[in-house]
Design a binder for this molecule. Structure first.
Ligand code: ARG
Length: 455
């Protein structure tokens, strides 16, 4: 391509080192779509002839078709996808092909391609997130009255419903969707026409190209237009947060699947056995989702580090953006595709959850509230209930079967109605505060989430 300036060819190892076609070939569709809009703009502005424009657009459409249909393979000796498409076009249509790169640089071209590619891929991730959120809402609906211990510090804390617990993840993932939408909104400005870095002397129409390619506006500083990879970082941090959510959920599923908890059982199709221990059923999918979170974080850190010392404008270091972000997208996509059916087919062991909720004094707060509602200051009630819990531990009983006499020895405010007040069902269903754990509140959460998914 630059033979004019150079006396010899690139060393073959250096050539491999420099080349990005093996990964940026993924953007071929966006590269070709961008080039078609570019040719049309050049023709409209009288920079190339209508005849050349027609040859270019037909030629590019043919290349796209041929790649789609497997008739054309990428030539790995080309430096990148942009060079490949241009060389192939020139091979097919001759000199007109050499006019396509007028008033354009690979610097604005690659910035354009990644934006368009990420816009599409992010939409796919959003669709997968929506499926997962809908599946969680369905699971929550089935289990909206299933009582389970809620934990803090992984110690049994207060009774909640399983539906309520998993709806927490639905809320997190909804925010993830909106984070991705925000990032795409900020990213959707066209860099094409920024050229190498300084803009162009041609009578260009950047807005025409931006409109044709579905952008909301233009990058308004040409140096920024070719130097900016903030959008990659924003998306990668949104992907990292998604993975962090999936990883926390995975961790709980792994715990719940253990013999220690026995709260859920994953379907055979999402678990594996052991090569030596015949009894084993391992939650490998959930473990892998948890494990893959590391590489998505790593990709974000890698690109942040790559960019931090770069002078303006384009530097070849920036070619490192693609493998990092492509890997993050592919990882998130795989994880979401596995996660949704794993949740859908997961069996909830309501009896075991209930049994666990009966131990651990998780209705102690409600017992303190019982006294408080009768007029005792909360701190005083808290102390008495602490003493009662200690007594129960001593007598190896629970609050529900300690006799009324024993209660009265601590306070004469206790009456027989306390047992009804501290039943697990009451504890759960009296928590009707907005966002609380009662069945009616969980129903509202489910309805809200389903409404959001329609938007
Ligand atoms: N393959 C390059 C990249 O991904 C395309 C831009 C090359 N620009 C240049 N001036 N060498 O960043």
């Amino acid at each position: 391509m630059w033979a004019g300036r150079f006396a010899k060819a690139l060393d073959s190892k250096a050539d491999d080192f420099n080349s990005s076609i093996r990964f940026d070939c993924k953007m071929y569709r966006h590269d070709i779509t961008g080039s078609i809009a570019h040719a049309q703009m050049l023709a409209k502005q009288g920079i190339i002839s209508a005849e050349d424009c027609e040859k270019i657009t037909d030629g590019l459409a043919g290349i796209l078709d041929d790649i789609d249909n497997g008739k054309l393979e990428f030539d790995m000796s080309c430096e990148d996808v942009h060079m490949f498409v241009e060389a192939e076009l020139t091979k097919r249509i001759g000199d007109a092909g050499k006019r396509l790169h007028t008033e354009r640089s690979r610097n604005d071209q690659v910035a354009l391609d990644i934006r368009m590619y990420l816009r599409d891929r992010t939409q796919e991730i959003i669709e997968l997130l929506k499926i997962l959120v809908a599946d969680i809402a369905d699971k929550a609906e089935e289990n909206k009255a299933v009582i389970v211990p809620g934990y803090t510090h992984l110690q049994r804390a207060q009774p909640i419903t399983f539906g309520h617990h998993i709806m927490a993840y639905a809320m997190m993932l909804l925010r993830d969707i909106s984070r991705l939408e925000d990032a795409v909104r900020r990213m959707n400005y066209s860099p094409i026409g920024c050229c190498a870095l300084a803009g162009t002397t041609y009578n260009t129409d950047r807005r025409f190209e931006a409109d044709a390619l579905g952008f909301d506006g233009l990058m308004l500083n040409s140096i920024d237009g070719v130097s900016d990879r903030d959008f990659c970082l924003e998306l990668m941090s949104a992907y990292s947060i998604i993975m962090m959510h999936l990883s926390r959920f995975s961790e709980e599923i792994i715990l719940w699947s253990s013999w220690e908890f026995k709260f859920v059982e994953l379907d055979d199709s999402y678990t594996t056995g052991s090569s030596i221990m015949p009894q084993k059923k391992n939650s490998d999918m959930a473990e892998l989702v948890r494990g893959k979170t590391g590489r998505v974080y790593g990709n974000l850190l890698a690109l942040l580090t790559t960019l931090k010392g770069l002078p303006l404008a384009y530097n070849k270091d920036m070619q490192e953006d693609k493998e990092a972000i492509f890997d993050s997208i592919e990882t998130v996509q795989m994880c979401l595709e596995i996660f949704a059916p794993m949740i859908r087919t997961m069996k909830v062991k309501a009896d075991n959850m209930y049994r666990a909720a009966q131990e651990g004094f998780i209705n102690a707060t409600d017992l303190a509230d019982y006294l408080t509602k009768k007029g005792m200051p909360f701190r005083a009630a808290y102390k008495i209930v602490g003493q009662i819990v200690a007594e129960c531990i001593d007598k190896k009983c629970v609050l529900d079967n300690l006799p009324l006499d024993a209660y009265k020895a601590h306070s004469d405010m206790f009456e027989a109605d306390l047992f009804e007040e501290i039943s697990l069902e009451t504890c759960v269903n009296k928590r009707i505060s907005e966002g609380g754990t009662s069945v009616s509140s969980v129903e509202k959460q489910i309805a809200y989430v389903r409404e959001e998914l329609k938007k």
